[in-house]
Design a protein. Structure first.
Length: 153
């Protein structure tokens, strides 16, 4: 008598939302980037996985939306470093100073990915760094790694 191994299927995060909508909290990502192209790529990539995305062209708009409770506290925040009005380091420092943002993951986005850039990002409370230009699969893999690692619950 031969024993057949049970068939296993790999579930994606979006599958869990469909199977157990009441048990899986919606995951959210905020993207703050002055590039409409970057915002569009992030939104499209993450929406396909059932992740809620709120996108802002600058830090002032994002901080205002959070202050007015127009959006929930995001699980992950993607912050472009080089923006007008307020750079990403300033935004990260402000977000990290807020008690309700302490569990959010902050990921910096920049075309400048030198050691000093990464060190400065760490100093303002960022959890990670994504170099531009990035590929959509890499972005998705990185965001899911933080969401699934239990870093944000």
């Amino acid at each position: 008598m031969m024993y057949a191994a049970p068939h296993t299927t790999r579930l994606e995060p979006s599958d869990l939302l469909e199977l157990f909508p009441e048990r899986v909290p919606p995951r959210s990502v905020m993207v703050i980037d002055d590039s409409p192209t970057v915002r569009a790529v992030v939104e499209a990539t993450l929406h396909r996985e059932g992740i809620q995305v709120s996108a802002y062209r600058d830090g002032l708009a994002a901080l205002g939306a959070l202050q007015r409770h127009e959006v929930d506290i995001p699980d992950v925040v993607l912050i472009d470093i080089g923006m007008p009005k307020m750079d990403g380091y300033e935004i990260a420092k402000i977000l990290r100073s807020k008690d309700d943002m302490e569990r959010s993951v902050l990921l910096m986005l920049s075309a400048h990915d030198g050691v000093l850039d990464k060190l400065r990002a760490k100093m303002v409370g960022a959890n990670g760094f994504i170099a531009k230009p990035f590929r959509a699969p890499f972005l998705l893999e990185t965001v899911l790694m933080y969401l699934n690692a239990g870093a944000v619950m």
